[in-house]
Ligand binder design. Structure first.
Ligand code: ZN
Length: 420
């Protein structure tokens, strides 16, 4: 029998033919994917991790596990998954559209921005805060993780758009007007009551102009289709969908159809692929889990706002672990995620697609439950025939291009307010 020495083992003829057939199908090993990804600037444009910074017992420098505390991003896992950084979100759950509601949310949002700054200043050798596209590569070159700041849901601005300047000065460079529900700025894609404004509200239109003036990229994720169209039409610079998916693959309101994708790309914008299971495919109903979670929701909101004692927090986590044990979630798979990814790439090409998987905000699929698994995306894209240059654009350069365009536009205006 034919045998050939190969490394430390013996390669038989059948094994050799297996290897050759893999090569014919452009199989890429994870080690090869890692080697390529390591050289790229890798950014995720929607990290909900800042919400964890204010929760008891969470240490961004320590390795956590999803099974234990449901977190998905920390420095050890970023290092393993070769994630350089991204846009760290100030997320605000929406309350009532009243002065009291706005005020409370504004204060929480400002404190969240400070928590992000504290993370960076407490670990100056690990993180670098960035407010300009050109700062990202030097931060990576210095061996640090990149921290841009974003706003998910501009509800905390209330009706006072001058607050956008305050957030700009705090470092915000990407901002989305809405979340799950319509608000003072425009229509959400998922408000059970349907559209209220038919797109952006008059205040929302001013919000777009103000973001342009400052040099903040507009984020159309969570916005209704008409709102996204308004944003594309009114914005002087390309917009971003920081964590969204393909409606052609799964017709969920949080996803965008091919025509809107093409309009986004034609205007120079980018879509960053979301890994939120319930938006990737129809999942089976799980009424017992839903019921069990209802009880937990109030506690989770309290934790989200950062006002929970360590003891209460541990009780909540124990309860959640019990629910996960009794009524485990059915998740979409990594293949489902890549179906959205590859379809979107086919429609708009690699200059308009990136990654925003909604880590620590509900993202995660079977086979990729935290950032440690990110090189699997690189592996799959290489196998699909995308080049290293495509990968560089997808992993970070597209998002930075859009940010740079926002910066350049703001600088071109004489009334630009510069950050201190
Ligand atoms: Zn979101």
């Amino acid at each position: 029998m034919f045998e050939q020495k190969c490394g430390t083992g013996i390669l038989t003829a059948s094994m050799l033919s297996l290897v050759l057939s893999f090569a014919a199908h452009a199989e890429v090993s994870l080690a090869q994917a890692n080697a390529i990804q390591r050289a790229l600037l890798t950014l995720d444009t929607h990290l909900d991790t800042p919400a964890n910074l204010v929760k008891p017992g969470f240490d961004i420098m320590q390795r956590h596990s999803y099974d234990e505390d449901f977190t998905q991003v920390d420095v050890p896992r970023m290092n393993e998954g070769l994630l350089d950084g991204g846009f760290w979100a100030i997320f605000s759950p929406q309350g009532p559209l009243t002065p009291d509601g706005y005020e409370k949310s504004r204060d929480t949002a400002i404190l969240r921005a400070l928590a992000i700054h504290t993370m960076v200043t407490a670990h100056p050798d690990t993180f670098g805060f960035a407010t300009e596209a050109a700062q990202a590569a030097p931060i990576k070159a210095a061996g640090k993780h990149v921290v841009f700041m974003s706003i998910e849901n501009a509800y905390p601005l209330g009706t006072d758009l001058s607050l956008l300047t305050t957030f700009y000065k705090l470092g915000v460079r990407l901002a989305g007007p809405v979340h799950f529900k319509n608000n003072q700025l425009g229509d959400s894609s998922t408000d059970p009551e349907g559209a209220k404004w038919g797109g952006l509200s008059p205040l929302g239109e001013q919000f777009v102009a103000e973001a342009n003036r400052l040099g903040i990229v507009l984020d159309g994720s969570h916005a209704g289709d008409a709102t996204v169209k308004d944003m594309i039409r009114l914005s002087k610079t390309p917009i971003m969908l920081s964590h969204s998916g393909s409606k052609a693959v799964y017709a969920h309101p949080r996803n965008v159809d091919d025509d809107l994708l093409k309009a986004l790309a034609a205007s120079g914008g980018v879509i960053q692929m979301n890994a939120y299971s319930a938006y990737l495919k129809q999942l089976p109903e799980n009424p017992q889990r839903k019921e069990a979670f209802k009880e937990l929701m109030a506690m989770m909101d309290k934790a989200e706002n950062g006002d929970m004692s360590a003891k209460e927090f541990e009780q909540m986590q124990a309860k959640r672990r019990q629910i996960e044990h009794d009524f485990p979630a059915v998740k979409a798979t990594f293949d489902d995620y890549m179906e959205h990814f590859l379809h979107t790439l086919k429609v708009v090409g690699p200059l308009h697609v990136g990654i925003g998987a909604d880590w620590d905000g509900g993202g995660g699929v079977e086979g990729m439950m935290d950032v440690a698994s990110l090189p699997k995306i690189t592996q799959r894209l290489l196998e699909a025939g995308y080049t290293k240059e495509d990968l560089a654009n997808i992993w970070g350069l597209n998002a930075l291009r859009v940010l740079k365009q926002a910066e350049d536009y703001a600088k071109s205006l004489s009334n630009h307010t510069t950050a201190q």
